[in-house]
Every structure is written in structure tokens, then in C-alpha cells.
Design a protein. Structure first.
Length: 303
């Protein structure tokens, strides 16, 4: 079988996160091989804002092209309506996940990394960064979905329903949500076809009908419960993540980063945290330089 081509990065974004996405894109160009393309998907009205990022390694896509023609955006609301199934209306969060799935399925690569705008790479990153013995790994954290994470359980139940599986067992369950998240587009395509066979309608209509949904939970459940498991698995994220909705100071960011493992590939500071853009930019740039210096020292010591 002819091998597919390498690695791609996929980021859905919009005008509010344009500066964050610019930083992410800059880090992709700095830390990833020259044959990696960064695909940024934005609403039609935001295309002019992101056009400045266009280059031979960055493509800007209009979100509309990844949604079924039956999906219509409601004016002045972050909500869509599916004419094939008008109720319930599709919240923006669900529509964004439809776009991720559709865009990932369209890519002819070995793997796609899903990276949101509020993440940056801080170390050299390529396809081998997500492989074990040449096999693409999947994040899976057994038992991590406990009683304190009710939304995660709802996401798992939604995934099992879409895939035609029975209800999840009681007790703690497996978590598949991670940053960054790596998928095999061929598996995404087979998963969407499976959903259509099970539900007897387009996969987008089936997914859009869900009130609670996680694209990462869907992919992980499909690989584990339908395909029989991934070729390789990891329970360790390759990033430092801050998801709280409270701002960080530069000193707090530096403390968080310096107290974390130095073999991470990326850092995510949630856009919802309200952290100052300037503070964030400077702290992350300093950290990337610190890691690069540490790697150089390590190489020098091994010489």
C-alpha cells in the first residue's frame, strides 16, 4: 500500500483568537518540519483577518465548506440549524466539532494534530513525536473519568450512542481528551462511515443532534470499542495545560512551566483565562528559549 504523506496541523479559530492563532502558527513554522502544513479554519467573515498568515506552509479555509449544505447559520447567534433535522438547534461548540471532524477526514496525511488557538509549540515536533516503534499512538487514560467529571461521562454516552454501542459500564471510565490530540484521518473517515451505517443518516446530522458531544471521546471510543484498540497507546499528554478561567501573571506562568517536565512539546493557556496577551507571549517565548538552551547543553555534555 502506498504510504500517505506525513503530518498536518488543524486549528479552528475565529477573530477573537486571531492574535493567539498568530502565535500558534509562528510556533508551528518554527518547530515543525517544512513539509508540515498548518490548516486554519475560520468563519467566512474572519477570512480577511487571517489572510495575513497565508504562506507556503499555512492554508486558511472557510468553515462553511466543511458543513453539510443543510446546515444554516442563524444571524447574530453562535448557533446553526440543520434543515434535515431542525431540532435541536446546533450550538457553536457542536458546529466547531463537526468542522474538526470533516476537515480532519479531508486530509491525505498519516496523521493530523488538532491544536486550538490558545496552544503553542515549544519544542521540535514531527510525526515521530507521536509514534511508538513506527506506530501512531492514541491518548487513553483508563479510569480517569470519575464521578467528579459528569460531562465526560455524558460525552462517552453520546459517543457510544452514535456508534451503536450499549451504555457504558458503571464506575470510572477511560478519558480520551488531550492537548494536542492526534488522529489518523483514515480512521476518522471509517468512523464517520460507521456512524452513517448505524444511524441511517448523514454523520453530520447524527452528531449535530447530540446535546453533549466530544469529538475526542468519539474517536477514542471508536478505536477502542469498534476497532479493538489503537496500534500504540499513551496515557501521558505531551503538553502543559492551564484550563482555569482566571488570569495568570508572568511570574505564575514561569513557575508553572519551570515546575513541569521539560520534555513537553506544547503549552496551552486557555483563552478563557483572560491572561494578558503580552504577558503570555513573553513568558512562552522565554520558556521556549529556556528549553532550547537546555537541549543544547545536553547535547554539548554528551559530545
Amino acid at each position: 500500500m502506498e504510504s500517505r504523506r506525513g503530518l498536518a496541523v488543524l486549528t479552528p479559530s475565529y477573530s477573537t483568537d486571531a492574535e493567539l492563532c498568530r502565535e500558534l502558527n509562528r510556533s508551528v513554522l518554527r518547530w515543525m518540519p517544512e513539509d508540515v502544513t498548518h490548516h486554519i479554519v475560520v468563519p467566512q467573515q474572519d477570512v480577511p483577518i487571517f489572510r495575513m498568515l497565508l504562506n507556503n506552509r499555512t492554508e486558511i479555509h472557510e468553515a462553511r465548506k466543511f458543513l453539510d449544505a443543510s446546515m444554516w447559520k442563524l444571524p447574530h447567534l453562535n448557533m446553526w440549524v440543520n434543515r434535515s433535522r431542525p431540532w435541536p438547534p446546533i450550538r457553536g461548540w457542536i458546529a466547531q466539532q463537526l468542522i474538526k471532524l470533516s476537515a480532519a477526514a479531508s486530509l491525505d496525511v498519516d496523521a493530523v494534530i488538532l491544536v486550538d488557538s490558545d496552544m503553542v509549540l515549544v519544542a521540535p515536533t514531527d510525526l515521530e513525536s507521536f509514534r511508538q516503534d513506527g506506530k501512531l499512538e492514541m491518548y487513553s487514560n483508563p479510569g480517569a473519568v470519575h464521578s467528579g467529571l459528569p460531562r465526560h461521562r455524558m460525552w462517552l454516552e453520546s459517543a457510544r450512542d452514535l456508534l451503536g454501542l450499549g451504555r457504558a459500564e458503571s464506575g470510572n471510565l477511560t478519558d480520551y481528551v488531550c492537548w494536542p490530540c492526534v488522529w489518523d484521518p483514515a480512521i476518522v473517515r471509517s468512523m464517520l462511515q460507521h456512524i452513517e451505517r448505524v444511524n441511517g443518516e448523514s454523520w453530520q446530522s447524527a452528531v449535530a443532534s447530540q446535546l453533549h458531544f466530544s469529538e475526542m471521546m468519539l474517536y477514542g471510543t471508536y478505536v477502542d470499542a469498534v476497532l479493538g484498540g489503537p496500534p500504540a497507546v499513551t496515557s501521558r499528554m505531551k503538553s502543559i495545560s492551564y484550563s482555569e478561567e482566571s488570569p495568570l501573571t508572568g511570574a505564575e506562568i514561569r513557575k508553572m512551566l519551570r515546575s513541569s517536565p521539560t520534555d513537553v512539546l506544547a503549552v496551552m493557556i486557555s483563552a478563557k483565562s483572560g491572561t494578558s496577551q503580552d504577558v503570555r507571549t513573553q513568558a512562552l517565548a522565554d520558556y521556549a528559549d529556556y528549553l532550547e538552551g537546555s537541549r543544547s547543553n545536553a547535547r554539548g555534555g554528551a559530545a
